[in-house]
Design a protein around this ligand. Structure first.
Ligand code: NAD
Length: 358
């Protein structure tokens, strides 16, 4: 048995159909009495319905969550939260709304209940990314980890199939990289393998029948586990590449992850036989990189960075940027290999494993 260190993070998870009805009880269990409900402008209706259900426990609704958690929005919202005399926040939404809730917690120490409605997984991580003057900073702190997470499958039924597909593939990327993380451990690897299987089975069913509650439930369970993976261990090439591509070419987050994942896995494949075996088992295949590429195709998700608007000339720039800030990866970063990986992802070609490169 190899030695390992595993920091289990302190959060309470309530998962099940109709569990939105339990939010009031969770507010009381935290010893709180004035919850402010957060959402994006698009999900204000659901946020107001939750505030109505909470009755006297609701201090108000703030429907101003914005992509990339801009600091100026957070500062405005913090002032409003203070005016309302709130003693906790309830974030109803995806990664953007949960990001706002985390940013408030960082500045005020307020407890958070997260009610995720996408598969992004932010609710299970102590990570906060914020933007200011066009620049993004990311920090890890237990102060931003939500105390309670309530997963209610009913809230995910309205997530459009295309967004469900890419949000789910984005979640799988957390589990895939957790299996070969430098600080991987057997507990997180169990969760990662389970999550990859659950999402790979659920996503095609959701795209075929978006109202399929069984498949939606499996996807939410898988996404929860993927969030734990992301919060527990460090990520590598895939996440760094997506971060670089997103920042440099302003590409959409989940779609970029969906496209790059098979290629990043193929690049690392020669160096990670154990992880490949586990991913293969989870996907029921002997070629996991190709299976992820095929899955994206079956889901109707984009498979070419060109289709997201990345210029071909950007392949060189992205290669240079990926090599400029060195970070740990199971296979050393080699210019030719990274360039080839990006060229294939740009064109939408299937992933290619370089046998013998490790
Ligand atoms: P999002 O929160 O930006 O939501 C996208 C849009 O979909 C919004 O308009 C939202 O209102 C809408 N939406 C959400 N759920 C819906 C539903 N069930 N039905 C209908 N519409 C719905 O998207 P996201 O992908 O969840 O989050 C992306 C952000 O989260 C990125 O900024 C990313 O960096 C961040 N993120 C952070 C972490 C972390 O650990 N800090 C982890 C993952 C993602």
């Amino acid at each position: 048995m190899e030695s390992f260190v595993y920091d289990a993070l302190p959060s309470r998870v309530v998962l099940g159909p109709g569990s939105l009805a339990r939010v009031a009880e969770e507010v009381r269990t935290l010893g709180r009495a004035r919850a402010v409900v957060l959402s994006t402008p698009q999900q204000e209706g659901e946020a107001r319905a939750l505030a109505d259900r909470l009755g006297d426990l609701a201090a108000g609704v703030i429907a101003q969550a914005t992509m990339h958690t801009p600091v100026e929005v957070t500062e405005r919202v913090v002032a409003r939260v203070r005016e309302l005399g709130a003693d906790c926040t309830i974030a109803l939404g995806g990664g953007s709304t949960i990001g706002l809730s985390k940013a408030i917690a960082l500045r005020t120490g307020l407890d958070q209940i997260a009610v995720p409605t996408t598969y992004a997984g932010s609710e299970m991580t102590p990570i906060l990314g914020e933007t200011k003057d066009g620049g993004k900073t990311t920090q890890r702190s237990l102060a931003v980890l939500p105390e309670v997470v309530v997963y209610d499958v009913d809230l995910t039924l309205s997530l459009p199939p295309a967004l469900s597909a890419t949000s789910g593939m984005n979640a799988m990327a957390h589990a895939v990289e957790a299996l070969y993380a430098r600080d991987r451990n057997p507990i997180v690897s169990l969760m990662a393998e389970e999550a990859i299987g659950a999402l790979a089975r659920a996503l095609p069913a959701i795209v075929a029948r978006p109202e399929d509650r069984e498949a939606r439930g499996q996807a939410l369970y898988g996404a929860y586990l993927c969030g734990v993976c992301l919060g527990a261990v460090g990520m590598a090439l895939h996440h760094k590449l997506c971060h670089t591509l997103g920042g440099t070419f302003d590409l959409p987050h989940a779609q970029t992850h969906t496209i790059v994942l098979p290629h990043a896995l193929a690049y690392n494949a020669p160096a990670i036989p154990d992880a490949m075996a586990r991913i293969a088992r989870a996907l029921g295949t002997d070629d996991p990189a190709r299976a992820l590429y095929d899955l994206a195709g079956r889901l109707g998700a984009p498979r070419a960075l060109a289709a997201l608007g990345m210029p071909e000339a950007g392949i060189e720039e992205a290669t240079e940027r990926a090599l400029a800030a060195p970070y740990w990866n199971p296979r050393p970063l080699e210019r030719a290999g990274i360039r080839a990986l990006l060229a294939r992802a740009h064109a939408g070609a299937p992933p290619l494993i370089e046998e013998g490169a490790a």
